[in-house]
Every structure is written in structure tokens, then in C-alpha cells.
Design a protein around this ligand. Structure first.
Ligand SMILES: *Cc1c(COP(=O)(O)O)cnc(C)c1O
Length: 402
């Protein structure tokens, strides 16, 4: 039996990791401490929008660290103001609150909705607090966001749950309507369920949700932590449906790899009062300076065009691979896609791909039968072609013969 020294170190055990230590990264490539290189189609779970260590992030970090790292959230700072301006100028939202993680941004969204429901009570004068969320949805790993998530088994791990998150079925408007009660205040969803296996909400469903929530006086919250800032080929995934939500959360890609996330809302919903919301690192200028640099790059027209072009190319090629290896097709949006294996071999394929030599391929298995692809938004056709070659080899080695 192989001994893995890294499993007995001082880091708390929370997940099984391969016995390698990552030391360097550039663009689509990451290198481990033995010098082996990996083509990275995971990019920190759709986090490194511009790849490993892009120049604009290095420059922003260095420049801001020389100027001001932490004035405390008691004061305004320039990068936070700049980034909030960029986000509101390019979305339907008016106000931004920065956090360090997606889960924290979603906690903020939940608190904001509950506060709104306290200020805008029902006909019986009761405060409204229930937020309808979705089966197989994912909103983070704090107690409230785990309760809001619809991941099977998550309702019992840390019971009792935070109350008030009934679960509807994605793309089934009747299932949402059936859950509305006098104390419902909002509906919250991911425009594309990421951890749930890259399952897009249809445009018709998003539009029906907006109509229903407006009619019933409910807020619509979109969790764009995974889909936000270019990942699906639009700047924000909600824009594709032509609707305007009341609240949105961002995370992952907005920081390009540094801990940065955001809660955004329309002016009519911005009801926090002093004491309601805060946090030591909210709007930290070192992180928001990086976020502003990343956001400006993503706002360059060529980049969203690249996501759409390479997303289409990746989709076409995955369908070819699916046909060659007799798999079950693919789905997704932009550069957030899954290959459907039709068998529970995804973990095996991921392990085989990583261990290929001379260079490995990093993939992710959100479900036992799905392989997920989340390359950088500026990925090239050559990088996709090399990935497809390594993927095909891995599929064959895992028993999916061509
Ligand atoms: C990753 C993710 C989160 C949680 O973000 P963290 O930064 O890990 O807390 C929330 N919602 C969605 C849709 C995500 O993909």
C-alpha cells in the first residue's frame, strides 16, 4: 500500500486529496512539486477566469499592496468604490456589498430578503421569511446556505437545519407556485445549477419565475457565484432571459482566484440598516483592486466572444467524443459544460487523466457519471484540442473504448 505523507500532516482532513503538492501556475497550466505539468480544465472550480497568475492580477496586487492593504471597513476605499461602480454600470443592480466567499454573499442575500420581508409584511401583518430554493441547488457551506441548498443528504448532516427553505423543482413553475405561503418572501436559484451537474434553467422558466414573483410580491434572487462574470458567454447568466432579478450574488470568477465575492441588489431592496450587515474583510482594497482588474479584462468585448466561440467549439467536440466512445452526450452554457458518461466512471476518468504522463489533465466530477469542464475564459482552441486528446486517452483507459 502506498503511504501518503500528506494525509498525516497538520491540515485538517476534510476531503481525500491525491499525494501531490501544487507549486506554480501559469495560464491553463499548473505544476506540482515533482515538476510534472497539468493542463488545468478545473481552474479552481471556475474561479481562475483569466488562468493562473495573469499579469493584470499580479500588477493589481503589487500596486495596491504598496498603497493600502486594510483601512478597515469603517472607511471608504478607492478599489471597492471602483469595482462597485463597474458592477452596477454593467448590470441591473444599484448597490453592492463585498464579501470574501460565495457562501457569505448568499448569507447576505438571505438576510437582506428576510429584512425586506420584515419591512414589507403580509396582509395579516406577519413578517415574511421563507425563501423557496431548489432540489439539487447549491449555495454554499455555512449552516443557512447548506439549508438553502438542495444537495441530497445535506438536510441531516448538521441537523437541525436553518428553517424556511422549501425546495421546488428546477424548470417546473407549478412546483414553485405550490410552495408559496403567506410568509414567503423570495425565490432563490442558480441560473445554471453548477454542483448539481451543470443543469441550466430555461429562459422560459426564468421569465415565468420573474412574472410569478412580481405578481405575488416576492423577490427573485439569482446565485451567480458560478455563472457570473462571463462564464456562460453573457456577463451575467440572468441577462440571457431578458429579466431583471432583485438580488444577485457573485463569487468565484470575480476575484480570478483571490477571496472575493459580492451581494448586489436593486435600490428598492437595499434595506440594511447600521448593525445588520458587516464583516472584517468586506470591501478589502487588496481584493477589490484585483477584482476590478479582473472585471475590466472580462469587460473587453473579445473575451465574452471567446467564451461563446470556444464554448461552442468545446460543445461540438465533446459531442464527437461522446459518439466515438458511445457516451451519453453533453450539456452546459458557454465554458461551463459537462460530458455525460452514461456510467458511474467519472471519478476513475478524473484520476486517470490526472495521472497521465508526461503531462496530466485536471478535470472534475460533480456527479458519478459527469465530467465538468471549467477552463479559463481566454482558453484557446489549441488548449481545447490538447485536452480532448488527453480526455480521449483517459476514457479509453477507463474502459470507454473508442
Ligand atoms: C461555489 C458556489 C457557492 C459557494 O461559494 P464559496 O466561495 O465556496 O463559499 C455558492 N453558490 C454557487 C452557485 C457556487 O457554485
Amino acid at each position: 500500500m502506498e503511504f501518503n505523507q500528506y494525509e498525516v500532516n497538520a491540515l485538517m482532513f476534510v476531503t481525500k486529496r491525491p499525494p501531490i503538492v501544487m507549486t506554480e501556475g501559469r495560464g491553463m497550466w499548473i505544476t506540482d512539486n515533482s515538476g510534472k505539468r497539468y493542463l488545468d480544465f478545473m481552474q479552481g472550480w471556475a474561479v481562475n477566469s483569466l488562468g493562473h497568475a495573469p499579469q493584470c492580477m499580479q500588477d493589481a496586487l503589487i500596486a495596491q499592496s504598496r498603497k493600502l492593504i486594510n483601512p478597515s471597513p469603517a472607511f471608504y476605499n478607492e478599489p471597492a468604490i471602483e469595482l462597485a461602480g463597474l458592477l452596477t454600470a454593467n448590470s441591473c443592480f444599484d448597490r453592492v456589498f463585498f464579501t470574501s466567499s460565495g457562501a457569505e454573499a448568499n448569507e447576505g442575500a438571505i438576510k437582506l430578503a428576510r429584512k425586506f420581508g420584515k419591512l414589507h409584511r403580509n396582509a395579516q401583518g406577519q413578517a415574511r421569511h421563507e425563501i423557496i430554493t431548489f432540489q439539487n441547488g447549491f449555495h454554499g457551506r455555512t449552516l443557512a446556505t447548506m439549508s438553502a441548498s438542495g444537495k441530497p443528504g445535506w438536510d441531516t448532516i448538521f441537523a437541525p437545519q436553518v428553517d424556511g427553505f422549501p425546495k421546488a423543482q428546477l424548470n417546473d413553475i407549478a412546483s414553485v407556485e405550490a410552495l408559496i405561503t403567506p410568509t414567503t418572501v423570495a425565490v432563490m436559484l442558480e441560473p445554471v445549477q453548477g454542483e448539481g451537474g451543470v443543469v441550466p434553467a430555461t429562459s422560459e422558466f426564468m421569465q415565468a419565475l420573474r412574472t410569478l414573483t412580481k405578481e405575488r410580491g416576492l423577490l427573485l434572487i439569482v446565485d451567480e457565484v458560478q455563472t457570473g462574470l462571463g462564464r456562460t458567454g453573457a456577463l451575467f447568466a440572468y441577462q440571457v432571459s431578458g429579466i431583471e432579478p432583485d438580488i444577485m450574488t457573485l463569487g468565484k470568477g470575480i476575484g480570478g482566484g483571490v477571496p472575493l465575492a459580492a451581494l448586489l441588489c436593486q435600490e428598492s431592496v437595499a434595506c440594511f440598516e447600521p448593525g445588520d450587515q458587516g464583516g472584517t474583510y468586506t470591501g478589502n482594497p487588496l481584493m477589490t483592486a484585483v477584482g476590478a482588474a479582473v472585471t475590466k479584462e472580462i469587460l473587453q468585448p473579445y473575451l465574452l466572444q471567446n467564451v461563446r466561440d470556444q464554448g461552442q467549439y468545446l460543445s461540438d467536440k465533446l459531442l464527437e467524443i461522446s459518439a466515438q466512445h458511445q457516451l451519453a452526450g453533453e450539456r452546459g452554457a458557454g465554458l461551463l459544460r459537462v460530458l455525460k458518461l452514461g456510467a458511474d466512471t467519472a471519478t476513475q476518468v478524473v484520476d486517470i487523466a490526472r495521472d497521465l504522463s508526461p503531462c496530466g489533465l485536471l478535470l472534475n466530477a460533480p456527479k458519478p457519471d459527469l465530467i465538468r469542464f471549467m477552463p479559463t475564459l481566454n482558453v484557446t482552441r489549441e488548449e481545447i484540442d490538447l485536452m480532448l486528446d488527453l480526455l480521449s486517452q483517459s476514457l479509453t483507459l477507463a474502459g470507454h473504448k473508442a
